[in-house]
Design a protein around this ligand. Structure first.
Ligand SMILES: Cc1cc2nc3c(=O)[nH]c(=O)nc-3n(C[C@H](O)[C@H](O)[C@H](O)COP(=O)(O)OP(=O)(O)OC[C@H]3O[C@@H](n4cnc5c(N)ncnc54)[C@H](O)[C@@H]3O)c2cc1C
Length: 429
């Protein structure tokens, strides 16, 4: 039995802890005052209504989340079907559509008479067909970006700026400019696997009933007494075939052992973001430096509120994800999740979670504010992902995190499953 430290209590850290606890002694350190990382459901009380609303991780599906689904099954957590739809609205031109079905696509009836809009629909179909053919033949042009693919294949700026770039920017919380620089192969694989190149035959999406945090307690059950919140780890060293976690003892800090300067473990799983992981390593190797620093994160402001003006004007155009176009191509995605649609909330209020658009929200409608970080994907970060074996499992140190794959919940679970396999710990199905 090994004595293993896990740093970070997002889905990656908790999955690693859950699996490793089947055969080893695990201790979890979380710097925040709560567990869960991006699994961050909050309790809202408004006009006598009490509602649990997800502010970070919300949805998953039956096609591209096999490890997460197996984990939920193993810990006995159910799921609730939801609708995944996507709208775009342009405040400058007034154009808006919801891509859910034909009726919502033409929610703004004026779109029926806009040749540009029909061209957009035609281009969506052409783009989907072309990408599917490339996926099937696996015939990718090396180093090609999404922006280059669009230009080389004569897709209009209108299609790029009103459909494909906003959709990608909403998914990866990036800007339109960053989406243009996205590696085309990575983009096509993700869109194909998530059924986003199909008009029909899309995956069924789900949420966790009563909020995503509901899975945390059963997941932590085997090691709940060995979770340290507000952990103030000042650094990690690897010496004498062991790993040392060093703590800075500030006031109010509840470290397990304030007598010693550090705690020693056989192994450590660092399950925070790549930049946070690197910052913790006092004796980072050249490979750790190079690989982790090639996978940066971007900051997203997230606001939970009830200001419906952040949604399209026409209610028929309201989708689960609503993208508002901006003049600034370098601005991070401005997306509003309609939480009533996503979580099936029954309320007289419309609860919205808006990314990167705080200035436009009526301050009186703001309920909570957060800052979350999302990995930035580029040719450089995708190359770094392929070099994980050069640092993960070396020197008693393992790295888990959604950033090793596509940046989503399944990827956090997958990255932890990969680490746990090394210790002979697996999901039961
Ligand atoms: C707004 C938003 C919405 C999202 N919605 C979805 C969605 O619907 N579906 C989906 O699949 N994905 C979604 N994602 C992606 C989400 O990021 C991943 O699904 C996943 O939750 C990331 O998990 P993680 O474990 O890698 O990181 P995190 O959840 O960020 O966990 C990292 C943890 O490490 C802790 N930590 C950091 N530094 C230290 C330290 N020095 N010491 C101790 N602890 C430390 C942090 O406090 C945090 O708890 C969303 C992301 C964002 C930003």
């Amino acid at each position: 039995m090994k004595n293993i430290a896990i740093i970070g209590s997002g889905i990656s850290g908790l999955t690693a802890a859950y699996l490793l606890s089947k055969k080893h002694k695990v201790t979890v350190y979380e710097k925040d005052n709560r567990i869960g990382g991006h699994t961050a459901t909050v309790d809202i009380e408004k006009d006598g209504e009490k509602i649990a609303i997800d502010t970070g991780f919300i949805v998953f599906n039956d096609k591209t989340y096999p490890n997460y689904l197996a984990l939920l099954d193993e810990i006995g957590i159910g799921k609730q079907a939801t609708e995944m739809s996507f709208s775009v609205h342009n405040c400058q031109t007034g154009m808006e559509y919801n891509g859910h079905n034909l009726n919502t696509l033409f929610a703004q009836r004026r779109n029926l008479f806009r040749p540009k809009f029909w061209l957009l629909v035609k281009e969506i179909l052409r783009f989907n067909k072309q990408c599917k053919a490339i996926f099937e033949s696996q015939n990718y042009q090396s180093g090609l970006t999404l922006g280059q693919f669009l230009a080389e294949n004569n897709f209009s700026d209108y299609f790029a700026e009103h459909y494909i770039l906003p959709m990608g920017a909403a998914i990866w919380s990036s800007s339109l400019a960053q989406m243009g620089d996205f590696e085309f192969r990575f983009f096509v694989q993700f869109f194909h696997n998530h059924g986003l190149l199909n008009i029909a035959d899309r995956p069924q999406w789900y949420v966790i009933p009563n909020g995503s945090r509901s899975y945390l307690a059963p997941l932590c059950e085997p090691f709940k007494d060995r979770i340290h919140l507000e952990a103030n780890i000042s650094g990690i060293t690897r010496e004498n075939n062991k790993v040392q976690l060093h703590f800075s003892h500030t006031e109010g800090n509840t470290q397990p052992n304030t007598e010693t300067k550090y705690e020693e473990f056989d192994e450590v799983v660092i399950a925070c973001h790549s930049d946070q992981a690197l910052a913790l390593l006092n004796d980072a190797s050249n490979d750790e430096n190079t690989i982790l620093s090639a996978m940066p994160y971007s900051e997203n402001s997230v606001v939970l509120h009830t200001d419906k003006r952040l949604l399209p004007k026409r209610q028929k155009a309201w989708a689960s994800w609503n993208y508002q176009l901006s003049q600034d191509r370098h601005k991070a995605a401005s997306v509003t999740y309609n939480m009533n649609i996503l979580q099936g909330l029954q309320s007289k209020h419309t609860f919205c979670v808006t990314l990167n658009q705080k200035d436009e929200i009526d301050p009186a409608s703001i309920l909570r504010e957060f800052t979350y970080h999302h990995p930035i994907f580029s040719a450089q970060s995708i190359k770094a992902q392929t070099q994980r074996d050069r640092i993960c499992g070396i020197n008693h140190t393992h790295f888990a995190g959604a950033y090793w794959h596509n940046g989503f919940h399944e990827d956090g679970v997958r990255s932890a499953v990969e680490v746990a396999k090394r210790f002979d710990c697996v999901l039961s199905k």
